[in-house]
Design a protein around this ligand. Structure first.
Ligand code: UDP
Length: 327
């Protein structure tokens, strides 16, 4: 197939592009390199089946051009990161909503299949675990910028399903804390790359709050397998949780990263308010119900946290933080 990947030079995007090419597809990558990096695509930049185009999903005529002849669009281009959300709500809202609208509007007349990268963040602070695809979304006040990313992505999902009802083939995937080589750097969130950098440098490992909040960290290879499984048209008009269901607290994560990187770093505790200001609300716990993805996509995450962290630490040791994504 000929496939367009928006945001294909980012952390998840670049792994997806590599995998699609190795499966024999032709790939067009569109990325404005605002946070993605060409070095992430260095192994495939000259691949005969790959074309890289520098540009944004906000440039409609360019998007229209690159979509031509493509049977599938993986739409990953997005403005993300907790810090971004808190500090640049306008950028987050416009980037996510206008970009997705452009992709869907241009895909619609061609009936090009769209696979939209959403997020487990849409479930918000719902405390009924695990999250099923049809679980409620519980978000805080609109006066709290923290919730604008979840809101924008949820509206994007509504856009997707509204187009699906009009006959556009669309599948939505909700990612649960993907990590691995090239993962986002600390500046805009991403606790694993941040802890790894701190541990390697011997700097204090900064746990926010009491560290008892939990997540399910999903190794990138599993994230990519789940995403590609959605290509088939039997998954149109569906949404899938893509993640792993092994829970770990941020305290446990800090200890693990310290051990696995053989670090002397101290683990320190920082109140949320000194990082994000007064009134910040963290998601206390997040865990996916994977039964739908397992049953319908035949999706089974296989990488255990120790193995994934070892590979990620090795990558950061080899490549240094300056080569990772600045998201
Ligand atoms: N976190 C932390 N220290 C950091 C960065 C993040 O303790 O330096 C915590 C953060 O408060 C959250 C968890 O790690 O509870 C996961 O954060 P991340 O930004 O990676 O993803 P989220 O799941 O919040 O979107």
């Amino acid at each position: 197939m000929r496939i367009l990947v928006t945001g294909g030079a980012g952390f998840i995007g670049s792994h997806l592009v590599e995998q699609l090419l190795s499966l024999g597809h032709k790939v067009v990558t569109l990325d404005d390199l605002s946070t993605g990096k060409l070095t992430f695509l260095q192994d495939v930049i000259n691949h005969p089946n790959h074309v890289f185009v520098r540009g944004s999903v906000l440039e409609r005529s360019l998007l229209n051009e690159v979509m031509d002849g493509c049977e599938v669009v993986f739409h990953l281009a997005a403005v993300l990161g907790v810090k971004n959300t808190v500090e640049n709500p306008l950028k987050v809202i416009e980037g996510n909503i206008d970009g997705t609208r452009n992709v869907l509007e241009l895909a619609y007349p061609r009936k090009t299949k769209v696979i939209f990268a959403s997020t487990s963040e849409v479930y918000g602070k719902n405390e009924c675990l695990p999250f099923r695809e049809d679980s409620n979304r519980i978000l805080g006040s609109t006066k709290k910028n923290r919730w604008c990313y979840a809101t924008a992505k949820a509206l994007d999902e509504h856009f997707c399903f509204a187009y699906a009802e009009k006959g556009l083939p669309v599948t939505v995937v909700r990612y649960f804390n993907a990590y691995g080589p090239r993962a986002n750097v600390s500046q805009y969130g991403g606790v694993i790359p941040k802890f790894i950098t701190q541990a390697i440098a011997g700097d204090p490992i900064s746990v926010y709050g009491d560290g008892e909040q939990t997540r399910c960290f999903t190794y990138i290879d599993d994230t990519i397998r789940g995403t590609i499984a959605c290509i088939d048209h039997q998954h149109n008009n569906e949404v899938y949780n893509i993640g792993i269901d092994n829970v770990i607290s941020i305290n446990q994560l800090a200890k693990k990263i310290k051990e696995l990187s053989d670090s002397n770093s101290q683990i320190i505790y920082i109140p949320y308010k000194s990082v994000y200001g007064e009134g910040y609300e963290d998601t206390p716990n997040r865990r996916p119900d994977l039964s739908k993805a397992k049953q319908k996509l035949n999706f089974q995450p296989t990488t255990k946290i120790d193995e994934g962290l070892r590979k990620t630490i090795a990558w950061y040791r080899k490549n240094g933080m300056e080569n990772s994504s600045v998201q």
